[in-house]
Each structure stands twice: as structure tokens, then as C-alpha cells.
Ligand binder design. Structure first.
Ligand SMILES: [Zn+2]
Length: 328
């Protein structure tokens, strides 16, 4: 099954401390957990999750974030599974807020066959030794750790950032390096990369020969906002009104950010997978475009349960009744 020839660090992504601020609502809890996150912590006494004063609250917040993410995920997808994420924390307050990713495995095949351990495990197409992913938080920033409190304009939303990072871990990562090659610096990429095009819809990697279209890549990878790289998965395009989905493509390549986020123009800059966030309440639910992208990455859309329909109909009945009364 899984032949492991090499194991490398995931493409890490992060949230920078700038721009945007969009409110999102917590998805309602689902009956069954889609993903069980087994967070394992560093043994280092200096790790921020082991801090004598704050470590316990930080761990509690992360465990809660895992459960809330699982509930949100289950409201969109039916995939289930348990994944182990190795967690570390620092006291840094510069650069990224946090970062996360999956481990990738390769059996040596060229093409889009890098196996992301977290995604494959959740989709039932592989089983990998723990941990399957990594997550790092930087606690030099001011975080709101209470899931029920609204982060102030001086606090970052610990939960929204967890949602963003865990989405990278479940597969929202391009696996493209600045030179357009894959994580092993050759013609091996993950699933995401097969959907990456320029604004005209030309694939950056030939789907038959698995060679990089260098001219397309050189122009689009640093093509700028709205004129760089795009995602052409069928479900994502359908969710975006039939249009390619723009990916973050700043004019200078940003390792870990470029191509692994949606772009910085509306409405994409208000989505969970925008590359940056401001303080205050962040985004805690997928947009339809992000749901489509994750479907393109192999996740199965959840069908609403019959009870949900019944409740909706009951709700509509109440509305109808009240309107009728008002008319009287
Ligand atoms: Zn990110």
C-alpha cells in the first residue's frame, strides 16, 4: 500500500498579522464527529503549551478548537477519521501567528501522487504512522482563548486561526515550491497542484507529461492579485459562479503562502483560507468556494439529515403562520 521512500516537512502556512477582519459564525454542532484530532504536545519544558502559568489553558483551547472544527467540518463533509497532530508552541510575536500542515509521502511516482497523510487517512485511502500532521502556535501574540468570547480589536481569534491551520493540515496546501516543482524539488506534487492554472485556465503542470509549463508558471506564480494563479477544480468553479478561483499570488513569492490560499480580493479575502487575518472575530466556517475546493481534493459532501429538513419545514410553517396572523 503505502511505500514510504521519504518523509519531509509539510509546507507550512501561516497567517500574517495584517489586514481584513470578517465576522463568521460557529457552525452548529453536528451529531457525529467527522474528525477526531489527537493532539500530542512537545516534551520540552520551554514549549509554550507547557508554560507553568498558561500552558493548561492553551491546551484546553486547542482541544476545544479541534472539537469545534470537527463539528464545522461535519456540517459540510461526511468523511471521518482520527489523525494525530504534533503540536508545538513558541513565545514568538513576529511573523506568522501559527502554521500547520500534513506530512507528505512518496513512493517515487511522478505526477500528483504525493500522499498527504492527514487527507488520505480521513478519506480512507491510506494509513500512516503518527503524527500525520504538525501545528505550531506563537503565543507572543495576544490571543482570545475563550471560545465563547468575542475577541477584542487587540486580540486574535485563536479558534478562527485553528480552523485556518487545520484546513491546511487536511489538504489545503498547493505543494508547489517557488520554482513550480513539488515538495521534493522534482515532478512530484500533491493532489492540489493538478488544479492550479493561470488566469486563462492553462494548467501550470501538464496533466499528461507532468512537466511544468515554465512560461505559464513564471508569469502566473507572481502574477499579482487577481492575475496570478487560479484553481480549476470542478466543484470549486461551480461554487464560484462558473469562474476559476483566484489563488494568492503576490508579485514576490511568499514561501508557504503563495498558491496555498485564496486571493486577496473580495469576496475571497473574507474567507477562512485568506492568507492573513486581523484582530477581532475571525472566520469560523467554510465558504461555498472552500467547500468546493475540498470536494475537489476528494472530500465527500455531507447530505443534510432528514431531521434537518423536518426542522426547516417546521420553521417555515411558523413563519407562514405568523405572516398570516399579521395580515389579520
Ligand atoms: Zn494559511
Amino acid at each position: 500500500m503505502v511505500t514510504t521512500s521519504s518523509r519531509i516537512s509539510p509546507l507550512l502556512r501561516s497567517l500574517a498579522t495584517s489586514s481584513l477582519l470578517v465576522a463568521g459564525a460557529l457552525a452548529s454542532a453536528s451529531a457525529q464527529a467527522a474528525i477526531t484530532f489527537d493532539f500530542t504536545y512537545s516534551a520540552s519544558a520551554t514549549d509554550a503549551f507547557n508554560d507553568a502559568t498558561y500552558g493548561s489553558a492553551r491546551r484546553t483551547a486547542l482541544e476545544t478548537a479541534g472539537t469545534l472544527y470537527s463539528n464545522m467540518f461535519a456540517s459540510h463533509f461526511s468523511d471521518t477519521g482520527t489523525v494525530t497532530i504534533a503540536v508545538t508552541g513558541t513565545n514568538n510575536s513576529s511573523g506568522a501567528l501559527a502554521s500547520a500542515g500534513s506530512y507528505y509521502y512518496s513512493d517515487g511516482s511522478t505526477g500528483f501522487k504525493l500522499e498527504d497523510a492527514v487527507r488520505n487517512q480521513l478519506q480512507g485511502t491510506g494509513s500512516y504512522s503518527a503524527p500525520q500532521g504538525l501545528l505550531t502556535y506563537h503565543f507572543g501574540y495576544n490571543w482570545e482563548l475563550d471560545p465563547n468570547a468575542t475577541p477584542s480589536n487587540s486580540e486574535f481569534d485563536f479558534y478562527a486561526v485553528a480552523f485556518h491551520e487545520l484546513t491546511h493540515a487536511v489538504g489545503f496546501t498547493s505543494t508547489l515550491k517557488s520554482n513550480g516543482l513539488g515538495l521534493f524539488n522534482d515532478n512530484r506534487w500533491g493532489t492540489f497542484a493538478q488544479f492550479v492554472t493561470d488566469q486563462a485556465g492553462t494548467k501550470v503542470i501538464d496533466p499528461n507529461t507532468f512537466t511544468l509549463n515554465t512560461a505559464v508558471w513564471n508569469a502566473a506564480s507572481v502574477g499579482g492579485t487577481g492575475t496570478g494563479l487560479f484553481f480549476d477544480g470542478a466543484n470549486a468553479v461551480a461554487a464560484n459562479g462558473g469562474n476559476l478561483v483566484p489563488l494568492y499570488s503576490p508579485t514576490t513569492w511568499e514561501s508557504g503562502s503563495s498558491s496555498s490560499h485564496v486571493d486577496e480580493l473580495a469576496p475571497f479575502n473574507g474567507m477562512m483560507m485568506s492568507y492573513s487575518t486581523g484582530t477581532g472575530l475571525g472566520v469560523r466556517d467554510f465558504s461555498e468556494v472552500e467547500v468546493g475546493m475540498l470536494q475537489d481534493l476528494g472530500y465527500t459532501a455531507a447530505v443534510p439529515e432528514p431531521e434537518t429538513y423536518a426542522m426547516l419545514m417546521a420553521g417555515l410553517g411558523v413563519v407562514g403562520f405568523m405572516r398570516r396572523r399579521r395580515k389579520d
